[in-house]
Design a protein around this ligand. Structure first.
Ligand code: GUN
Length: 293
């Protein structure tokens, strides 16, 4: 039976530490760290994610501001909102929740965010710094996963890590962080994706698999070697008439199949999700320290 990597408990512990640091701001006579989130439209999962981010800010003693905008907003109008957020000295960092409506160019929006306030770590300046190993805002999900590995003292140095999925938000930055000369890090990394031909052959060689492909139960027991570690980034909604909401969340890994084969696995929910929000808080706290300089 595998060790279940408890992202929820780990996140709460880190968030308590962040709360203590946030309380110190008030003692120092300055306002607490302040995160803003921009949500365009009504995309249901995004509404849940953003509300969770705002709620977690409260727990960590942060100020938070939710800016909700109609889905028909023009790109120029959204850019105007971004420009205001860049100017506001009371806001330390902000995020623009993705995906955006189709008529808006996500790249143009990301490029408009002040890199110093880009607590998602999505701006090319911050991604470039990450690539070079400079101090910067790391994308929240990969950072949260690295924190989880640290907490459970999982040594990946020299190990073969396979990342499934090459998104800008998770897979690509994850592959870089795992291979960096750092602790945790120093892994040999294979980045696989939807066009990979011999997926199972590759995943069976992995000591650690990060699966972020957005397909429910994609990673099955036959794709994993005995004793491997599985980090599941998926949050797929599957219909469940037994639930009040009509759906339940399922990961990209088949948890029931894998639990008896692997050495460690993250559950969904309660694994990577809470660590992602913690990553965002870590970045916002970091952004707020600029005010002391
Ligand atoms: N959509 C899905 N995940 C994320 C995230 O981490 N940040 C933003 N801004 N949008 C997302």
């Amino acid at each position: 039976m595998a060790v279940i990597l408890d992202g929820k408990a780990t996140a709460l512990r880190i968030q308590n530490d962040i709360r203590k640091q946030s309380d110190k701001f008030e003692l120092a006579g300055v306002h607490r760290p302040h995160l803003a989130a921009v949500l365009v439209g009504e995309h249901a999962p995004s509404v849940v994610y953003v509300n969770n981010k705002i709620k977690t800010c409260e727990r960590a003693g942060f100020h938070s501001t939710l800016i909700r905008l109609r889905k028909e907003i023009l790109q120029d109008e959204l850019l105007e909102e971004i420009s205001k957020l860049n100017e506001r000295s009371d806001i330390d960092g902000y995020i623009v929740q993705l995906p955006l409506p189709e008529h808006i160019d996500e790249n143009a929006i990301t490029m408009a965010i002040d890199p110093g306030k880009d607590v998602d770590g999505f701006h090319p300046v911050n991604l470039g710094k990450m690539l070079l190993g400079h101090d910067t805002f790391l994308p929240a999900t990969p950072m949260g996963i690295m924190e989880l590995l640290k907490t459970y003292q999982i040594d990946i140095s020299g190990k073969h890590c396979v990342v499934i999925g090459r998104s800008n938000i998770v897979g690509t930055p994850m592959s870089i962080l795992l291979s960096r000369k750092n602790d945790p890090g120093n892994a040999t990394v294979t980045l696989t994706h939807s066009r990979t031909k011999n997926m199972a052959e590759i995943t069976r060689q992995a000591d650690l698999i990060v699966v972020a492909i957005g397909k429910a139960n994609f990673l099955t027991a036959d794709m994993v070697k005995t004793g491997a570690i599985v980090i599941d980034v998926g949050t797929n909604r599957v219909e469940d008439p037994g639930k009040k909401t009509g759906y339940r969340l399922t990961g990209d890994a088949d948890f029931e199949q894998l639990i008896d084969k692997v050495s460690h696995i993250t559950p969904v929910p309660g694994g990577v999700g809470p660590m992602t929000i913690t990553g965002l808080l870590i970045n916002t706290l970091k952004a707020s320290h600029r005010r002391f300089k």
